[in-house]
Design a protein around this ligand. Sequence first.
Ligand code: PLP
Length: 407
Amino acid sequence: MPHDPLATRARLSEVRYEIRGELARRARELEAQGRELVKLNIGNPGAFGFRAPDHLQRAIADRIHDTDPYTHQQGLPAAREAIAAFHRARGAIDADAERVFVGNGVSELIDISLRALLNPGDEVLLPSPDYPLWSAATILNDGRPVYYRCKVANDFLPDPDEIEALVSSRTRAIVLINPNNPTGATYPRALLERIVRIAEKHGLLLMADEIYDGVLYEDARFQPLAPLAGDVPCLSLGGLSKVHRACGWRVGWGVLSGDARRCAGFQHAMDLLGALRLCANVPGQFAIEAALQGADTIAPLCAPGGRLHEARRAVLDSCAASEHLQLVAPSGALYAFPGVVGDAASGFEDHAFALELLETEGVLVVPGSSFNVPYRNHFRVTLLPEPDVLRDVFARIDRVLQRRATA
Ligand code: PLP
């Protein structure tokens, strides 16, 4: 092979992020031709008419003239203190501003934290299905994703025995996404306690992606991981994108907890990698105190009568009425992950289905296999549209499935 100086990184061929991939490109082509589409591929509240709360917008507007300089690489001290206090208030008693890292969204912190941790060949235990950035960042930081299954039959909850059986001499971390994207599962306390004990026994880092921590339906409760982890090293991730509907501001944070001596090297590496990218977006950081000290603005949207509650209800009702769909009711987050069953499932291939749905019905969904599952009969939709839009979408989905079932 001739030497090609512009050849890209070989491991990129292993990386997929289909939420914004081929199907999304095809959707843009169709739109350019004048087609009207319903795009349910991204959990982007602003694209569905949600706005960040006024008090967050004011917090930025009031201080926009202070936002010119870089901040400390870990973030503005007052914002970090607000994050630490928020975590202490929910039980992480050793949360400390010195161990808070503000990033350009949780996305950047996922990458930085895995880069800080991994050597070539190191393994990270990831949920399957996962939010695919976790797999991508593991691979691009020279690690190897090892998946623990969150099975439909177990309401998408993981089996701690399976997690423990997957631990090897190369395992570095266990990643938990709770509430989960794409499944909407919220993890019970007893399950989290079991997983903490596994991390403790094998000396692993816990990485808790809790970006949907306030997006909860019906009687679901969110149990943060850090208070249960105690001395076990734990990086808890949260941000403004979802709970505060401000994903364009690119604000996320990571809070490191657990035995300070054991965490020191990782903390130092996070700080160094943070310094190399100078700092996170500064205007957004001014909204953090307002977000964490102000009123809970997501709960009313998730409560009966609230927009997200009613959207979820529309999806539950539509799936219950369909003979082709099976849905584990999401108890948190912004998505539903239905499975295709019965006659329509025979020979079903999720990409082909998603493309057909886009071309014939103008609806864009994400094929389930994009979330690193071995099966091909699921797809993900976001719950962000108006309930009536979702009812109409599921009528269109059913039309395609009906055609397939009778073909
Ligand atoms: N983690 C999960 C589970 C997500 O669903 C997302 C975005 O959809 C992110 C992290 C990244 O969020 P952001 O970078 O906007 O903070």
